[in-house]
Design a protein around this ligand. Structure first.
Ligand code: NAP
Length: 228
């Protein structure tokens, strides 16, 4: 049985990804920073709960001990400034707070679980990025992403793209990809997205199921590859 850990699994895209992966037979750990909400979500889904704050070294190391064996890591936990802070008002403190979770937290978690994943016959990592991190989209006048002034969030997600490529190159036996779920109605954006969480989670759960011959080092949404 495939064992999967989803960070930030208590709601939104992480929760729906867990539901979809459990439906195809994965044993899913929900990594949640809030114990009560995490345990409730895990019980609803038939998942396992592990307390996990990806900004905290000791929390991540304790989660590695609790989870034990792991085949799939879904780096889903993320934060956003909402509503968007205009570019000229973005402070170093705002950037740091978003990067703490979206970038450093992702690296902290990935690095801690790499030795565990290395023992799997089919190790897979899914990094949940965003098309707002696509420089190609943000600079294309016809793309909706070009209309969004999301410097802090977008640059944190662009960093995930580069991080994905470096991990994929360093660990060729693992399938390590970055996905954009699309604009999805969740707490992250005050439910302004036009997709359901189940629709957004489809690409996350698909890339969590890639086999040893599947792609690695890619960045895509449900419709195909995205420009970096
Ligand atoms: P959400 O409903 O706000 O869920 C975010 C999850 O991340 C929550 O479970 C939250 O936990 C968790 N989290 C935040 N900081 C954490 C930390 N330090 N440690 C552990 N968990 C933490 O948002 P979502 O839309 O599902 O977002 C999931 C991912 O998709 C994010 O990476 C986001 O950037 C990405 N994404 C979303 C959209 C969209 O349109 N919604 C589009 C593109 C990409 P708490 O409940 O404790 O806060």
């Amino acid at each position: 049985m495939t064992t999967t850990l989803i960070t930030g699994g208590n709601k939104g895209l992480g929760y729906e990804s867990a539901r979809q992966l459990i439906a195809v037979g994965h044993r899913v750990w929900l990594g949640c920073r809030d114990k009560a909400r995490g345990e409730r979500a895990a019980e609803e889904l038939g998942a396992l709960f592990v307390q996990l704050d990806i900004t905290d070294d000791s929390s991540v190391l304790a989660a590695v001990e609790t989870v034990g064996a792991l085949d799939v890591l879904v780096n889903n936990a993320g934060v956003m400034d909402h509503p968007w802070v205009p570019t000229g008002e973005v402070t170093a403190e705002l950037m740091r707070s978003l990067y703490e979770t979206n970038v450093f937290g992702l690296v902290r978690t990935t690095q801690a679980f790499l030795p565990v994943l290395a023992k799997s016959a089919n190790p897979v990592v899914v990094n949940v990025g965003s098309s707002l991190g696509s420089i190609g989209r943000v600079t294309a006048p016809e793309a909706p992403e070009s209309l969004v002034a999301a410097m802090a969030y977008g640059s944190s997600k662009a960093a995930i793209n580069m991080i994905t490529v470096h991990y994929a190159k360093a660990y060729p036996r693992m399938r390590i990809n970055c996905v954009d779920p699309g604009y999805t109605a969740t707490d992250l954006n005050g439910h302004s997205g036009y997709q359901t969480a189940a629709e957004g989670a489809a690409i996350i759960s698909r890339m969590a199921r890639v086999g040893p011959e599947g792609p690695t080092g890619t960045y895509r949404d449900l419709h195909g590859p995205l420009p970096w």
